[in-house]
Design a protein around this ligand. Structure first.
Ligand code: CUA
Length: 162
C-alpha cells in the first residue's frame, strides 16, 4: 500500500521529461528558424554547365549591387578558386550569394556569417547573409575538391561606413 505513491512519482519522472524534451527541441527549432534566421539552404534551381557564364545570373560575375546596401555575389567555383578572391561591401550590407560549380563538388563556407552551402555542378545554390560589423570574413571551400582544396579561399571585406 505504501508503494502506490512512489510508483506514481517514478512514472511522473519519465512522463515529464518525455514531454519536456520534444517541446524544448521544437522551441529551439522555432527560435533558430524564425528568431535567428537559420535555414537549411535549398536547391534554388538548375544551371546548364554548357552555357555557364553566358546566361543570367552567371553572365555577370562577382559583386553586383541590386539596391542600396543590397548586393548579389555571383560565383562559379572551379578547382581551386571562387573566381573572386576579395569582395568589398560597406557595413550593414545584405549579400545574396548565387553560386554553382563548373567541375566538381565544392562548398561555400563563411563561418562568421552563417553561410554554409554546397556548390554542385548543374545546381544553383542561393544563400543570403547580412554583414553588419566591419571586418574581414573568410570565405572557404569546405568540400574536399582535390590536392589544392586547402588553398581554395577568399574573403569578404566589410568596410566601415563613414
Ligand atoms: Cu573546392 Cu575544396
Amino acid at each position: 500500500m505504501t508503494k502506490g505513491p512512489r510508483v506514481y512519482l517514478y512514472e511522473l519522472a519519465w512522463i515529464l521529461p518525455s514531454i519536456a524534451i520534444p517541446v524544448g527541441m521544437l522551441s529551439a527549432l522555432l527560435v533558430t528558424a524564425f528568431g535567428a534566421g537559420i535555414h537549411v539552404p535549398s536547391d534554388a534551381g538548375r544551371v546548364d554547365i554548357a552555357t555557364l557564364g553566358q546566361r543570367a545570373p552567371f553572365d555577370r560575375l562577382g559583386l553586383v549591387e541590386v539596391a542600396p546596401l543590397r548586393y548579389e555575389v555571383r560565383l562559379i567555383a572551379q578547382i581551386w578558386t571562387f573566381g573572386t578572391p576579395e569582395i568589398h561591401v560597406p557595413a550593414g550590407s545584405t549579400i545574396t550569394f548565387l553560386a554553382t560549380s563548373r567541375d566538381v563538388a565544392h562548398g561555400l563556407f563563411i563561418p562568421r556569417a552563417n553561410v554554409n552551402v554546397m556548390l554542385l555542378p548543374g545546381q544553383l545554390s542561393r544563400v543570403t547573409a547580412r554583414f553588419a560589423e566591419p571586418g574581414e570574413y573568410a570565405m572557404m571551400c569546405h568540400e574536399y575538391c582535390g590536392v589544392a582544396h586547402h588553398t581554395m579561399a577568399g574573403k569578404i571585406v566589410v568596410e566601415p561606413r563613414s
